[in-house]
Write a protein that binds this ligand. Structure first.
Ligand code: PGA
Length: 687
């Protein structure tokens, strides 16, 4: 439940962040000049205007937009999840304090993070950033594996490159032409006089404080008292909501007379061309013939043509000299001009205060004095595509190829997942089939525990328990030498096999204290443990000695339980495979027939008697490796037939899981073999 909630939280946060960053990137990229102006505003507010010339601001703005878009896109599709989450966090850690500073000092009134599409105050931006910061923290802390992938890792690069190229094209298109979507109040179809009016249902209500006979009272206009009252004070309140006008500073002052032409131009029911240049010093003069031709066209047809600029008179004169401009000039606020059209110069066609057309200098209308009048031509007609329609077009252009690629990927991905699952299932089934052919064994290793009587009692108890309930595997007990003969009498004719824990590396003779393989065999035992880590460690048994022992045991008709396993340092150094491969060298000289009488026991030394068990996965991994070595040194068949037991803190509680692995064929049990109930519990793991 907790995991599910966490998963939901991570993905919710990731989509919130993705939406914000994609929107932010796209709205900036749609209007690089807008970002340029905003960056210049910031630079100016911080007294760094000289560091932010136009080109630097444009490049910086587009880079910022590209990075934002890429981060949002990666977060959305689950691409490079870890690094994306971290970069997003760094991004938010940088910008959140910065926006707090901006909110406190208010050097620029709106932050510009979503271009002109959504204008936020600095405090709103700070609030938004706090939310995004929290979301990115969630993504970094819990999101590593929980972020749902929408596209496969192997094909994510296709959509990533595609989307980046797409947004870059969007940016270059806006630079070369005009923003694809115009969010400003001068968009085509906009009624400028309407945009200049405040909105909302605000009313200004004035009340008056009056006094009579030392008594003061507030009155409205409707109940204004007679002249016996004297006026003391008044106040005016705004009731309702006041939405400030979208255009609040549009004035056109004739450059020569200083006369304000705004109302006249906006009220004119005829056509007016406005050539807009925030600064003539930086304006493009490569298309001056086009501007002059349009002016000639206006002259011939009696349309108004004005050039609006915020440059000073000397700049105007220089421009006139340079381009041969004969059209009249008006002074207008610089910021308003920049808002009117994102091109310097750009052209606006107005009729009755409505924006009929808009052109950048790269795409001026091809007209001259002989062209048909606007009333009769397409040019003079309003073609409002509308922001929504344009945005939809853009969205579809972007989204359809993206959907196609993602869909194909999902189909392909889904199919390959199913195929892989089937393959895996098939392999497991194959392996389990092989496993059922192998002997399943649980062997006990009593080590140097239990006296003869205790051993007899344990063997008897086990015999009775297994007689009552037949085991589903071979059961072996390996006892100290002194128990063997007596216990053999107990296990004879039962399902229990008997083994020794060691035998000598010499055939017979003057080896005081040693017990030969032949002597072991003579007790009635059928098995012998060789190569146990305790013997290797405490009694210096080497690969060579063990080779002798193995040969003698096999020659005397004993089956060998051959132990291998690494110590902790070797495991930590990742050398376990190397170690077990070297230990197995004691067996490489055997024939395949001899090997058929060997059972392997993988016992990581760090797990023996320590209570630490290897995980089932660790056991499976190394058992599979060991089987591979047997296949390489003997044959596939030998590898498939040899039983490999796991040993090391094996208990009734973990046996089932370990034994369930396809390459684990049972266990060699130490401590838990000393109690009948525990040992039986492990045997029952095979049921
Ligand atoms: P353990 O010993 O089960 O007590 O860890 C296993 C062994 O040494 O064979």
């Amino acid at each position: 439940m907790k995991q599910k909630l966490l998963w939901l939280l991570v993905n919710l946060c990731r989509f919130v962040v993705a939406a914000a960053f994609i929107f932010s990137g796209v709205t900036k990229m749609i209007d690089p000049h807008g970002v340029e102006y905003k960056l210049q505003d910031y630079a100016e507010a911080f007294g760094l205007a000289s560091l932010m010339p136009s080109t630097v601001a444009i490049v910086a703005g587009m880079l910022l937009a590209l990075v934002e878009f890429r981060l949002g896109f990666c977060a959305f599709f689950g691409i490079y999840r870890r690094i994306t989450a971290r970069i997003l966090l760094v991004f938010m850690l940088l910008f959140t304090p910065l926006t707090l500073y901006l909110a406190l000092t208010n050097p620029v009134t709106d932050c510009g993070c979503f271009g002109e599409a959504l204008v936020l105050t600095n405090w709103q931006t700070f609030g938004k950033n706090i939310i995004l910061l929290l979301c990115t923290i969630v993504m970094v802390v819990w999101g590593r594996t929980r972020q749902l992938r929408i596209i496969s890792e192997s094909r994510q690069w296709i959509i990533l490159i595609y989307s980046q190229i797409f947004v870059l094209c969007l940016g270059f298109y806006a630079l070369w032409r005009l923003p694809l979507v115009d969010f400003r109040p001068f968009h085509i179809g906009a009624n400028i006089p309407e945009q200049m009016q405040d909105g909302g249902d605000a009313e200004f209500v004035t009340t008056y404080l009056m006094e009579k006979d030392g008594k003061q009272q507030w009155f409205g206009l409707e109940d204004y008292p007679d002249s016996t009252w004297t006026y003391v004070d008044s106040k005016t309140e705004v009731i309702g909501e006041l939405i400030p006008a979208a255009i609040d500073n549009l004035q056109m002052y004739d450059q020569t007379t200083g006369e304000d032409l705004t109302d006249m131009v906006l009220a004119d029911e005829g056509y007016t061309f406005l050539l807009i240049s925030p600064s003539l010093e930086d304006a493009d003069d490569g298309h001056m013939d086009a501007y002059n031709r349009i002016y000639d066209f206006c002259q011939a047809n009696d349309y108004r043509f004005l050039c609006l600029t915020s440059s000073n008179d000397s700049c105007v004169v220089r421009w006139q000299e340079m381009t041969g401009a004969e059209y009249p000039f008006c002074h207008t606020d610089n910021l308003t001009l920049k808002t009117m059209v994102r091109s310097n110069p750009g052209l606006l066609l107005l009729k009755g205060g409505v924006v009929i057309g808009k052109w950048p200098f790269t795409d001026m209308p091809d007209i001259d004095e002989d062209s048909p009048r606007l009333e009769q031509s397409e040019l003079g007609r309003l073609h409002v595509e509308g922001n929504a329609k344009m945005a939809l077009k853009f969205f579809l252009w972007f989204i359809i190829p993206l959907l196609v690629v993602t869909f194909l990927d999902r189909v392909w991905w889904g199919t390959s997942i199913v195929i892989n699952r089937m393959r895996k299932k098939h392999n497991i089934v194959k392996q389990l089939n092989k496993k059922t052919m192998r002997k399943k064994i649980v062997a006990g290793n009593w080590k140097m525990n239990l006296n003869l009587q205790e051993g007899v009692a344990l063997a008897t108890e086990l015999k009775e328990a297994l007689a009552a309930e037949k085991p589903n595997c071979d059961v072996i007990i390996c006892t100290p030498f002194i128990h063997l003969a007596t216990v053999a009498g107990i296990t004879e004719g039962t399902v229990i096999g008997l083994g020794a824990e060691n035998c000598a590396d010499k055939e017979k003779g003057a080896y005081t204290g040693e017990v030969s393989a032949a002597q072991v065999k003579s007790t009635g035992a059928q098995y012998v443990i060789l190569g146990h880590s305790e013997r290797r460690t405490y009694y210096g048994e080497t690969v060579e000695i063990l080779k002798e022992k193995v040969d003698l045991a096999l020659a005397n008709g004993l089956k060998v339980i051959f132990c291998i396993g690494e110590v902790l340092e070797e495991r930590e150094a990742g050398k376990q495979n190397e170690v077990v491969a070297a230990q197995l060298e004691s067996l490489y000289h055997l024939s395949e027939e001899q090997l058929a009488n060997v059972i392997l026991a993988y016992e990581p030394v760090w797990a023996i008697g320590t209570g630490k068990t290897a995980t089932a996965e660790q056991a499976q991994e190394i058992h599979e490796f060991i089987r591979g070595i047997i296949a390489g040194n003997f044959s596939e068949k030998a590898a498939e037939e040899i039983s490999i037991l796991y040993g090391g803190s094996c208990k009734p509680s973990n046996a089932k899981e370990i034994f369930s692995k396809p390459d684990v064929d049972g266990g060699l049990i130490g401590g838990a073999a000393l109690k009948c109930a525990d040992f039986k519990g492990i045997i029952d793991a095979w049921n």
